[in-house]
Structure formats: structure tokens, C-alpha cells
Design a protein around this ligand. Structure first.
Ligand code: MV4
Length: 448
């Protein structure tokens, strides 16, 4: 097992990782920018190192400073959390060259999945169902039109280097292709320095359902069911749940085993998420995330498995603590992402949290690094906490969520808590009746 883990992140996820490390008896090192000197992850770590000024590129993304912090403290492993360097293959390679373990998958797996065309090819080869479309990059209008005619309109053109919805263009008929292809390519080139795009069937009203997997890197992999993350605004997840209200146990087992077998074949190591669009009872692979995700606690709630423990175990060579037959899905869990934002305009609302009081009780978990008097710096993303509620079924979970939201107090700044007060009372949400466009439509209506 590791002696000392350096946590290359901040905020609630730095705390999340720190807790797992402490439970395993491992020493912890926090790194921080000058803006985060007073942060909770710094206070709770055994040691801390300041790695630079507030802008992320100079601190949390500064590979050389982070490697230096490992050398100074004698850390033998790095957990990257999510965001920042978590899907940076070069970072994984550099740590490896310094004999420091990257707590995550192999660099080549990060690289393959970071390129959406390669990711889709790999998924298909491994037996994962993909969205019908081009087999690789498309450059010519004629080729795009031939493929679109074959799969049928509407189609969507996506950047291979993309993600987060940037550089996507929908074409509803042949006349749209020229402009969609040219725009997607130029946007991709400008945003990512890579203008490779591909084409696929556009699904009109899918749900976003993602399958959690953990692999031991040696041919064993276990799926931990799915999360429904359809409730998004501008490609930012807002509310996530496990299980998906749209799936039954047979669907879950079918897609879960497909993914687990694929990741076993790949010899994937650590935690990963396979994202699907789900429409009319069918799954279509879109992307894979090779990291721990923000919404992992809903999976932990229904399985009782600590995903960060599993990541650390696998990276250290201790292997997975569970086999597929040990994994059971108990009840239902929902996560609300609490952002320091205006609940109507979503404008960031940094500043001092004058009072912070979190809900408690059975089935309630709050992951946050905020405390009364904490000053939210303006430099980083606006997630300040996650409320995760677990119940024996979805109805109980919703009742408990409504109760927990009523206890939550964040004074001094604006937060998205009022949005959740509304959502928990929505009829469609109560019925689990929503797709990837539901939230945007709901917010547009509330706006008028
Ligand atoms: C799609 C799609 C419809 N059809 N692909 C958006 C971000 C990227 N991760 C994938 N995205 C989509 N891909 C096909 N073939 C619709 C979306 C999409 C979306 C997906 C998940 C959650 C929210 C979304 C909001 C708008 C569009």
C-alpha cells in the first residue's frame, strides 16, 4: 500500500480523497494555490505545499510544481480528483517517469478515450453498442452526405477532441451539411487545435445514462450500475440519480455486463464511466470518462462501495475488494450540485459564506469543503457542495431530499439551492419523466 498520497486538487473532491486515504492509514499531502491557503483540504491534510498563484494554469495545472511537491514531501502516489489533470495522459507519463504512481488508468487508455473517434472505435471493437455513424473522421461534404443518407437525418457532427458539447452541429437535411461540417471543423480547430470531426445519427429525446465501472488492470472489471444524468444545463450536470428511473433490473444487468466485459478485455485499471444516450430501450455509447466523477456518491450510496478506496487499492496493486456477485443495488440515491451561482441567471456568486449549516440524519450525505466564514474565491468552478440523499426507494429518497433541502442554510452568497426546492416539487421529476432537454425547457418556462 502507499505511504503518502498527494492530492492534486481542491475543494470538496480534495476532501473526499483525503478522507479515503486517512481511512486506509495513508499519509496525505495537500497542494494549494495562494488563494486556497486557508482552505479545508489544506487544514485537514498531514502536510501541504503551496504550488503557485490563483490561476489554475499556474497552480493546479502546473505539472512541474506538483511533481516538485511530491519530491519534497516523499509522496509515492498522486490522486488527481476530477477536472484539472485527471485526464491528462502526459501528467500520468511524467509521474511514471518519476516513479510516482498516478491513481488512475494507464496513460494509453486515457489517450484513447480522450479522442472521441478513437474512443468510439475502441468501444465498438469491445462490443459496446455505439451511435450509428461514420467509422472515423469526415472531411468531405460528399462523404458526409453519403453517410447521412445511409443512417438517415437528422445527423450530428461532433469534434473528435471535443466534449462538453463544444463544436457540435446538427444537420436536419442534406442542405444543412455543408455549413454544419464547415462550422464544426472550424470551431473544433479553434477550440481544440484539432479539426477532426465525425458524424452520427442525432437522437432527438434521449436520456443521459452512464455506467460506473472499476477494473483491476489485469483483466477483471466490475460494473456498479448506472447513473441518470439527464438533468443538465449547458452541458453542466445539475441533478444525478442512481438507479435511472428509466431502467429495470434486466436492462441494468445487460448494459452493465456488456461494459464490465469490455473493460475487462481492455485491462482497464481504476474507476471509469461509460456514457450512453438511451432512447426507445436502446443504449448508444457516446464517450468514456477515465476518472472519478463528481456524481460518484450516488453510486456509493446504492452499492455501499467506496470508489476512492477501490481506486487506491487498484493503483497500489492490492486489487479490487469486490467481485460482480458481491455488488447489490440498494434503494435509490439523488445528488444535487450546490453551486455558488444565482439560481435564476446562473451568474457566479463568489464571496464570503457568512453562515453554513448542512442537513443531516439517516441517508443524508453532504460533500463540501465550505464552512461558516469561508471566502469562495472567484478563480475556480462554482461547485461548493453536493447534497446526496439515499432512501429505500425513489419515493422515500424524494421525501428525504425535500426534508434535507429545508435544513440547508448557505448565507452571504447566492446558491442554486432554490432551484432544487423547485425541482423536488416538480411533477415530471417525481415521475422520473425527463430527458436531456427537460431542464433547459423548464428553465426557459420559469423565465417567462
Ligand atoms: C448527442 C446528442 C444527440 N445525438 N449525440 C452533448 C455533449 C456530448 N457529451 C454529447 N452530447 C450530445 N450528443 C447524438 N448522436 C445530444 C447531446 C446532448 C446532450 C447529451 C447529454 C446530456 C445533455 C445534452 C444536451 C444537449 C445535447
Amino acid at each position: 500500500m502507499f505511504h503518502k498520497i498527494l492530492i492534486a486538487n481542491r475543494g470538496e473532491i480534495a476532501l473526499r480523497v483525503l478522507r479515503a486515504a486517512k481511512e486506509l492509514g495513508i499519509q496525505t499531502v495537500a497542494v494549494h494555490s495562494t488563494a486556497d491557503a486557508e482552505a479545508m483540504h489544506v487544514r485537514l491534510a498531514d502536510e501541504s505545499v503551496c504550488i503557485g498563484p490563483p490561476p489554475s494554469r499556474d497552480s493546479y495545472l502546473n505539472i512541474h510544481q506538483i511533481v516538485a511537491a511530491c519530491e519534497i514531501t516523499g509522496a509515492d502516489a498522486v490522486h488527481p480528483g476530477y477536472g484539472f489533470l485527471s485526464e491528462n495522459a502526459k501528467f500520468a507519463d511524467i509521474l511514471d517517469a518519476h516513479n510516482i504512481t498516478f491513481i488512475g488508468p494507464r496513460a494509453d487508455h486515457i489517450r484513447v478515450m480522450g479522442d472521441k473517434i478513437e474512443a468510439k472505435r475502441t468501444a465498438k471493437r469491445l462490443g459496446i453498442p455505439v451511435v450509428p455513424g461514420s467509422d472515423g473522421a469526415v472531411t468531405e461534404d460528399a462523404e458526409a452526405k453519403r453517410i447521412a443518407a445511409e443512417i438517415g437525418y437528422p445527423v450530428i457532427i461532433k469534434a473528435s477532441a471535443g466534449g462538453g458539447g463544444r463544436g457540435m452541429k446538427v444537420a436536419r437535411n442534406e442542405d444543412d451539411i455543408d455549413v454544419a461540417l464547415a462550422t464544426a471543423r472550424s470551431e473544433a480547430g479553434a477550440a481544440f487545435g484539432d479539426d477532426a470531426v465525425y458524424i452520427e445519427k442525432y437522437l432527438e429525446k434521449p436520456r443521459h445514462i452512464e455506467v460506473q465501472v472499476v477494473g483491476d488492470g489485469d483483466g477483471r472489471a466490475v460494473h456498479l450500475g448506472e447513473r441518470d444524468c439527464s438533468l443538465q444545463r449547458r452541458h453542466q450536470k445539475v441533478w444525478e440519480e442512481a438507479n435511472s428511473p428509466a431502467l429495470n433490473a434486466a436492462d441494468r444487468s445487460r448494459i452493465g455486463m456488456t461494459v464490465a466485459n469490455a473493460m475487462a478485455d481492455l485491462k482497464y485499471a481504476g474507476a471509469g464511466t461509460i456514457e450512453f444516450l438511451y432512447e426507445n430501450g436502446e443504449f448508444y455509447f457516446i464517450e468514456m470518462n477515465t476518472r472519478l466523477q463528481v456524481e460518484h456518491p450516488v453510486t456509493e450510496a446504492i452499492t455501499g462501495i467506496d470508489l476512492v478506496h477501490e481506486q487506491i487499492r487498484v493503483a497500489s496493486g492490492a486489487g479490487l475488494s469486490v467481485e460482480q456477485k458481491d455488488v447489490q443495488f440498494n434503494g435509490h440515491a439523488i445528488e444535487c450540485r450546490i453551486n455558488a451561482e444565482d439560481p435564476k441567471t446562473f451568474a457566479p456568486s463568489p464571496g464570503t459564506v457568512s453562515h453554513f449549516h448542512t442537513p443531516g440524519g439517516l441517508g443524508v450525505r453532504v460533500d463540501s469543503a465550505v464552512f461558516s466564514g469561508y471566502k469562495i474565491p472567484p478563480y475556480y468552478d462554482s461547485l461548493i457542495g453536493k447534497l446526496i440523499v439515499h432512501g429505500s426507494n425513489r419515493v422515500e429518497c424524494m421525501m428525504r431530499l425535500r426534508r434535507a433541502l429545508g435544513e440547508f442554510v448557505v448565507d452571504g452568497i447566492k446558491t442554486t439551492l432554490p432551484l432544487f426546492q423547485d425541482l423536488v416539487n416538480s411533477r415530471d421529476i417525481a415521475n422520473g419523466d425527463y430527458d436531456i432537454h427537460w431542464l433547459e425547457k423548464y428553465l426557459a418556462k420559469a423565465d417567462t
